[in-house]
Ligand binder design. Structure first.
Ligand code: PMP
Length: 443
């Protein structure tokens, strides 16, 4: 696997060496760094990507789901070209902000009003700050393995690596994990509970009822391993938070591409965060929800929360974002989700044929593959799967690159609008071939 990878990607190796002179680890994103060196991409067209060595790949990552339209979608390109001629960020409000906001609020019934920022990280940071400001409480409840970006409060129990994850503030369990550089005090202001475990969530929320400002939850645990929420878990969270006066925040940064979760599960959160696909390939973040909560940002109010951002709601991201929303409707969502079902059953089938234990999980157009076997309900289950033969994941990722397919190194795979059924078939065959090639490592 490695020899072939290295001989195909000599240009990437040269780029990596150069990059390391200026960037620690040769990159900006931990997620996209891997051994022996990452592929450096040069060009994207539809669902294809070309690297600096001239190899073409079919893109089953779509920048971790963010590029649901693929690369260089004509309508998005046109919108950006038109806008860039007129300026990118005038330093004052624009009508495109209103147009984008109207589209979002019309699509998501729980959104009365919204505000803009530049990333999913910022969106969740603002939603949590809004919840603290509105409720006057200081604690946040999150999910073990729930990923909400990289600000301090999101970094508690955020990763499911090869280790274990535990809820904290529970004397029977070990302390939570947190990234180096995040103050200890932050650990004391975040409580984490296992996904899909309503009893624990109920217990923690009731015990700390007076102090918890918000519960933040993904409708599908994304980075944490592709586990869809049990609808009863989400509805149960709604019920208990209504009782305790805690704001329920849905983080839909990753899952908005899968469809209207809030409608499907009949849950109306107080706040929701978005990013990724709603910016049409350019940076964006949105947080919004109940008008009375969002009111705290109104500068004409009695004690407004200060919200600033030089490039928040910039015209370029909004132009791309409006085109993105207009070119990704219910029919596109349904088509991709159906393809996703077929995709996962294809992966399960070729894994079984190859005699390799593993499961394709996920929802709609977002899938993950986990080696090993056993039930998957929460991040601890995923952690156990990832600890099982951790080397296989790395080799599978490289083997798929060798065969011309881009996936996430932690096992994420996303379909995009230009993905054709024939791409799915070719990927599935390559996946089976890769698993068979890895069998000597498994035996
Ligand atoms: N929330 C979720 C659910 C995400 O998946 C991500 C990104 N993977 C984020 C927040 C953070 O978004 P960003 O990388 O734009 O800061």
């Amino acid at each position: 696997v490695l020899d072939e990878y290295e001989s195909r990607t000599r240009g990437s190796l040269a780029a990596f060496r150069k990059a390391r002179e200026y960037l620690p680890g040769g990159d900006t994103r931990t997620m996209t760094s891997y051994d022996p060196h990452p592929v450096y991409f040069d060009e994207g067209r539809g669902v294809r990507l070309r690297d600096v060595d001239g190899n073409w790949y079919t893109d089953f990552l779509a920048n971790y789901g963010a590029l649901v339209h693929g690369h260089n979608h004509p309508a998005l390109l046109e919108a950006v070209h038109q806008r860039v001629e007129l300026g990118t960020a005038p330093g004052g409000p624009t009508l495109s902000q209103v147009e984008h906001a109207r589209r979002l609020c019309e699509r998501v019934p729980s959104l009365d009003t919204v505000r803009y920022c530049n990333s999913g990280t910022e969106a969740t940071m603002w939603a949590l700050r809004a919840a603290r400001a509105f409720t006057g409480r200081d604690l946040v409840v999150k999910i073990s393995g729930g990923y909400h970006g990289t600000h301090d409060w999101s970094q508690v129990d955020a990763f499911v690596a090869n280790g274990r994850l535990f809820p904290q503030h529970d004397p029977e369990l070990a302390p939570a994990t947190v990234s180096h550089g995040v103050p200890e005090q932050v650990l004391d202001s975040v409580l984490s509970v296992p996904y899909n475990d309503l009893d624990t969530a109920r217990r923690v929320l009731s015990e700390w009822a007076e102090r918890v400002a918000a519960v933040i939850v993904e409708p599908m645990l994304g980075v944490g391993g592709g586990i869809p929420a049990d609808p009863e878990f989400l509805r149960g969270l709604r019920e208990v938070t209504e009782r305790t006066g805690t704001l329920l925040v849905f983080d839909e940064c990753a899952t908005f591409r899968v469809g209207p979760w809030q409608v499907w599960h009949d849950v109306r959160p107080d706040m929701t965060t978005f990013s990724k696909i709603i910016g049409g390939g350019l940076p964006i973040g949105v947080f919004g929800g109940r008008a009375d909560v969002m009111e705290i940002f109104d500068p004409s109010g009695p004690d407004p929360v200060f919200h600033a951002s030089a490039f928040g709601a910039n015209s370029l991201s909004l132009a791309a974002g409006i085109a993105a929303l207009d070119n990704f409707g219910p029919a596109d969502i349904e088509r991709l989700n159906r393809m996703g079902e077929r995709f996962r059953s294809g992966l399960d089938r070729v894994a079984a044929d190859a005699g390799v234990a593993g499961d394709a999980v996920g929802c709609g157009s977002i899938s993950y593959f986990h080696f090993g076997s056993g039930e998957i309900h929460d991040a601890a289950d995923v952690a156990a799967r990832r600890a099982y033969r951790a080397d296989l994941r790395r080799l599978l990722h490289l083997e798929l690159l060798n065969r011309g397919f881009v996936t996430g190194r932690h096992g994420i795979m996303c379909l995009s609008v230009p993905t054709e059924p024939s791409d799915v078939d070719k990927f599935t065959d390559a996946f089976g071939g890769a698993l068979r090639a890895l069998r000597p490592h498994i035996a």
